[in-house]
Design a protein. Structure first.
Length: 187
């Protein structure tokens, strides 16, 4: 049960941005820039970073919805997303992305632990300053989003509600991050 009065039936951050559109709009704009804007990282890779950080934070809504978006964008027949969440070091992703996920994981736990060795390893696999910057910013932003969603106890479909999350993933994968329409009161 949410800690504040939120629109009924609207899960996760969507209910929060409807509650407070003046703060929700810039949050959605930030998500759109980070996950769909110009970047050397593909949208699927950026969604995977958001998924991984949300998974580490045990945020059900964010980890499941962004995993669904990553699956949609990867056209995930090889179960890439699930393999990354099980053991990213042995998942079928590039060494560069593995090194960036290491950095994202350090940001999630304690950003001060990102080391010059972590950055050097990412660079050795071809990561640019922009790749490293975007990874750290996505990881930091999703720590905030996760805490926002869970700190106010928003509702979320069950982890195993594959259909609900698949619909969210397709929406995020196609239209990106646009403010939801306000829920009209029953007449």
């Amino acid at each position: 049960m949410p800690h504040i009065s939120l629109p009924e039936g609207v899960p996760g951050i969507r209910s929060l941005v409807l509650f407070r559109p003046d703060t929700g709009q810039p949050l959605y704009e930030l998500a759109q820039i980070l996950l769909r804007g110009e970047s050397p990282l593909s949208p699927a890779e950026r969604e995977l970073i958001a998924t991984y950080v949300s998974f580490l934070n045990a945020c059900v809504f964010c980890s499941c919805s962004h995993a669904a978006a990553a699956r949609y964008l990867y056209k995930d027949e090889q179960q890439t997303v699930d393999l990354v969440l099980e053991d990213y070091q042995n998942a079928p992703i590039s060494d560069k992305l593995k090194a960036l996920l290491t950095i994202a994981g350090r940001v999630q736990k304690d950003a001060r632990t990102v080391s010059t060795d972590d950055v050097a390893l990412a660079r050795s696999f071809g990561a640019t300053d922009r790749d490293i910057h975007d990874t750290v910013l996505i990881a930091a932003t999703f720590c905030m989003f996760n805490r926002y969603v869970d700190g106010l106890a928003t509702i979320a479909p069950a982890k195993d509600d594959i259909s609900a999350y698949a619909q969210m993933g397709e929406r995020m994968g196609t239209i990106g991050y646009v403010m939801p329409k306000p829920v009209s009161a029953a007449v």
